[in-house]
Write a protein that binds this ligand. Structure first.
Ligand code: ADP
Ligand code: TRP
Length: 321
């Protein structure tokens, strides 16, 4: 059973990316047959600075590896190093109804926010379908925001199979309910594009400031808070602290007597310590610049071998060969 997921190099990775996509992907690797890539083509729909893309791509690779991705157990590559995916995207695009793309939430959200859409942004889900279908993927671990894109991939695969004959594996999204939508500093979904993130590898002082600056209500520490489970700091603490510790904080907040300042301090400590081993590993990896490039190049070779064969299957099915 093959697992595949991708992350765009569009900015510093945050704890939403970590819990929604990276952690499940890393947990899956022990079972083998895992394909993970850095979606640099996709990042072009929002980021137009070449140097930034290059730097971000390297950073995302370092982040993945530091967080525990093992290139011996899985394939890690840069999307654009297997360029046949753009050909598959064209092929799939010719079977994708305009209406399907017009209904995409992420496209509608972005245009509603005033982003002036280019063709790439509109066609984004088709390229994502090509990413998934080109590697005979069974399972796609993602956060809830990507569920619709995986469903569109299924629709496109089924349509292709019906029209040109059985060619693609029809994939399933894997969404872990507990971390499907990690809230950001403002309580909305955490996202690079909303400026409400807690980074995985940020600078200590800046991150402490972000956590201590979390906006709470004006109730006094003594007041009981029956809605303690809705508290943002509690929700975030649950991601980092052992279950009994988080439950104890929630209980104290509910009962009254726990101040928001103390709660935020505890949150910061658990968050900071959670990534301490990964921080050490990242610094080690960053010290040997060739290593990351080598991992990506080796990954591209392995991804090409699998993806090239599926692309050929698709080309044959639709009469290009
Ligand atoms: P962003 O919204 O920050 O730009 P991406 O779109 O690059 O993040 O998402 C990369 C992966 O991380 C996707 O699988 C996405 O579903 C997941 N993800 C992003 N934000 C969150 C979040 N707040 N909670 C859970 N998963 C998330
Ligand atoms: N669209 C995904 C995101 O923004 C990134 C991505 C591109 C992806 N291709 C993919 C995720 C294929 C899973 C599978 O998060």
């Amino acid at each position: 059973m093959r697992t595949l997921t991708g992350i765009q190099p569009s900015g510093q990775l945050h704890i939403g990316n970590y819990f929604g996509a990276m952690r499940p992907a890393i947990d899956a690797q022990a079972a083998g047959d895992c394909f993970y890539f850095i979606a640099d083509y996709h990042s072009m729909t929002s980021l137009t600075d070449a140097g930034q893309r290059r730097a971000n791509t390297r950073d995302v690779a370092l982040d993945w590896l530091a967080c525990g991705l093992d290139p011996k157990q899985c394939v890690l590559w840069r999307q654009s190093d297997v360029p046949g995916v753009t050909e598959l995207s064209w092929i799939l695009g010719t079977l994708t109804p305009m209406g399907l793309l017009e209904r995409a939430h992420s496209y509608k959200d972005k245009t509603a926010k005033g982003i002036s859409p280019n063709f790439g942004l509109f066609a984004y889900p088709v390229l994502m379908a090509a990413d998934i279908l080109m590697f005979d993927t069974h399972v796609v671990p993602v956060g809830r925001d990507q569920k619709q894109h995986v469903e569109m991939t299924r629709d496109i695969a089924i349509k292709f199979n019906q029209h040109y004959g059985e060619t693609f594996v029809v994939p399933e999204p894997r969404i872990r309910d507990d971390v499907a939508a990690v809230p950001g500093l403002d309580g909305q979904k955490m996202s690079k594009s909303y400026g409400n993130t807690l980074e995985i590898f940020g600078e200590e002082k800046a991150l402490r400031k972000k956590v201590m600056g979390l906006v709470m209500d004006s109730r006094t520490p003594q007041e009981p808070k029956p809605d303690a489970d809705k508290n943002l700091a509690i929700q975030l603490l649950k991601l980092f602290a052992p279950a009994d510790v988080a439950a104890d904080f929630e209980h104290r907040l509910r009962a009254g007597g726990l101040g928001y300042g103390d709660l935020k301090k505890a949150l910061f400590e658990h968050y900071w310590n959670y990534f301490a081993p990964a921080r050490v590993k990242r610094a080690e990896l960053a010290a040997s610049p060739d290593y990351v490039e080598q991992v990506l190049r080796d990954g591209a070779r392995r991804a090409q071998a699998v993806g090239g064969a599926v692309l050929q299957r698709a080309r044959r099915a639709c009469g290009l060969e």
